[in-house]
Design a protein around this ligand. Structure first.
Ligand SMILES: [Zn+2]
Length: 247
């Protein structure tokens, strides 16, 4: 059996047996995995502070014979993101990010970019307290990586290219926008101004740092919020449990 060492984000932990800890963690090279840390609750030596939820740690692990469960041998804390735990809103958003990742990426589905997105998002949440903005950045980028990018190129009804002028309307069942000749703005088809469309389109396709600097105004955030609620409900087929803590 081969031992691996990967940077990993700790997603969840459960007490297991008398002294063990079960851990769900997201790695850059193997996706989301589940492992057991033997004796981790009794002796903290091999796993000093590195198995707390949301931590970025370097974990050493090995696949248990004949299964999908891993044995964790040791770990080292890389970043604990203490600012993320300092208030309820940040903590809630981090939990929400974990839940969305779990839904979009089942066990063992590899996505280096998703690992990087989680890492960048936790790093931002460690310092930045603009919860609404960080939530939108994460939703847009995670949904894109999960295969649910919103199409802003053309009207999903008449096919006319959207050239960045005038308002557009989001269509939930199409995962795209329609022009105002084809659709009216309503609660189920929220409208977006041209600057909002442009910003959101850029967020979906640029690296995190550019997306974070994209200059989302409060007005834009107000327009985008109902859009992602509809988009995620339709594509994922459920409302995230942790969403209630963010309202
Ligand atoms: Zn149209």
């Amino acid at each position: 059996m081969t031992t691996h060492i990967s940077p990993a984000i700790v997603m969840r932990t459960w007490e297991f047996g008398e002294t063990d800890l079960m851990i769900s963690f997201f790695t850059a090279d193997k996706g989301r995995l589940k492992g057991v840390a033997k004796g981790a609750r009794k002796s903290r030596r091999r796993f000093a502070n590195c198995l707390d939820v949301f931590c970025l740690s370097s974990l050493e692990y090995e696949l248990k014979r004949g299964g999908e469960l891993y044995f964790l041998h040791s770990g080292k804390l890389v970043h604990g993101f203490p600012g993320l735990r300092s208030d309820f809103s940040s903590l809630s958003l981090a939990s929400y990010m974990i839940e969305l990742t779990e839904i979009l990426f089942p066990l063992g589905v590899v996505s280096k970019r998703m690992f990087e997105l989680l890492n960048c998002s936790f790093s931002a949440l460690d310092k930045d307290k603009n919860i609404d903005k960080l939530r939108i950045l994460f939703e847009a980028k995670a949904m894109t990586l999960g295969g649910y990018k919103i199409n802003f190129d053309r009207c999903c009804k008449c096919g006319r290219a959207y050239v960045g002028e005038g308002r557009a309307v989001f269509k939930q069942s199409k995962g795209g926008i329609a022009c105002l000749k084809c659709e009216q703005e309503s609660k189920l088809s929220p409208g977006l101004g041209p600057a909002t469309v442009k910003a959101l389109n850029a967020i979906q396709s640029t690296p995190w740092d550019n997306a974070q600097a994209s200059g989302l105004t409060n007005e834009m955030i107000h327009e985008i919020k109902p859009l992602f609620r509809l988009h995620m409900e339709y594509r994922i087929g459920q409302r995230l449990k942790t969403a209630q803590y963010l309202e």
